[in-house]
Design a protein around this ligand. Structure first.
Ligand code: SIN
Length: 281
């Protein structure tokens, strides 16, 4: 368990594995040195929650741009006024919650997002939490033999709609779009080294469907094992949303899962994804 002290704010760890809440901070009033510490907490804890924010879409985007270039998500349209902000909406009558599968955002894109931020706009009375899993521990707890094998292979990562992950058609209120000519499948190393922490992480999730150079019969059981192993309860934290909360997670060393346990209620979130680094990782 990490207990780390910062100069500009207090943090409250969310679980033994990963995750922390940053307390007493107003994102409208941060300067570069506070931002540097927020980024440090993000690298230290892999997912950070910042409760009680009050940002307009412009202010939210200004904060988002501090993290880097905006990543383009090929399956969804953004807000009309702010196309870089995607609205994740499940209404009282929708039957599928977007993100209701373990995954790392956009892993099927050529340069996947390093970070995702999600800002709570409307929440159900209970439920609708997001789970996060620590891909450093998922890697560290593999045998040396498995680490060696995986260290030399790439996975094939495929986008949501070709895979029909969950019942995407039940997410009727989402502003979906046809990816058109955008490539929605790509290869990435299954083990990646984080550019800031220098730690190795397992890069896996619902989008990973094959191991390059292996037959489907060979790679499916290995991937199934890795998907189950990487989401063991010991590697997980649970983020409970509150009105105005923002969570920011590192897609290079976490997976996440949107819990769909609020049928008949409404949940609306604003998402910004930040472009990551080009391979090799
Ligand atoms: C996502 O997968 O980006 C959405 C997560 C959530 O809505 O909790």
């Amino acid at each position: 368990m990490k207990i780390i002290e910062y100069n500009n704010f207090k943090v409250h760890p969310l679980a033994g594995a990963l995750g922390a809440e940053i307390l007493d901070i107003d994102l409208n009033k941060i300067n570069d040195s506070i931002f540097e510490e927020i980024y440090k907490a993000f690298v230290d804890y892999q997912v950070i929650g910042i409760p009680n924010q009050n940002l307009t879409p412009d202010e939210y985007l200004t904060f988002g741009r501090r993290w880097g270039e905006i990543h383009h998500y090929p399956y969804m349209k953004g807000l009309e006024s702010h196309p870089e902000i995607l609205e994740i909406l499940k209404t009282e009558t929708d039957t599928y919650a977007f993100g209701n599968v373990w995954h790392s955002d956009g892993s099927f894109t050529e340069i996947p997002p390093k970070a995702t931020m999600l800002y709570a706009q409307e929440l159900p009375p209970a439920g609708g939490d997001t789970l996060f899993a620590d891909m450093y521990q998922a890697y560290d707890t593999l045998s040396d033999k498995m680490k060696n094998i995986l260290g030399s292979v790439n996975g094939l990562y495929v986008g949501d709609q070709p895979l029909k992950l969950g019942n995407f058609s039940g997410a009727k209120s989402m502003k979906q779009q046809d990816p058109g000519k955008t490539k929605v499948h790509t290869h990435h190393p299954i083990i990646r080294t984080h550019p800031d922490s220098k730690n190795k992480a397992l890069y896996i999730g619902g989008h990973a469907v094959e191991i390059e150079g292996m037959t489907k019969e060979e790679s499916t059981p290995i991937l199934n094992y890795l998907k189950a192993h990487s989401t063991r309860p010991e590697f997980i934290c649970r983020f409970k949303w509150s009105p105005g909360a923002i969570a920011i997670w590192d897609n290079r060393c976490t997976q996440h899962y949107a819990v769909d346990d609020y049928s008949g209620f409404r949940r609306r979130m604003h998402r910004i994804t930040i472009l990551g680094e080009e391979a090799p990782y």
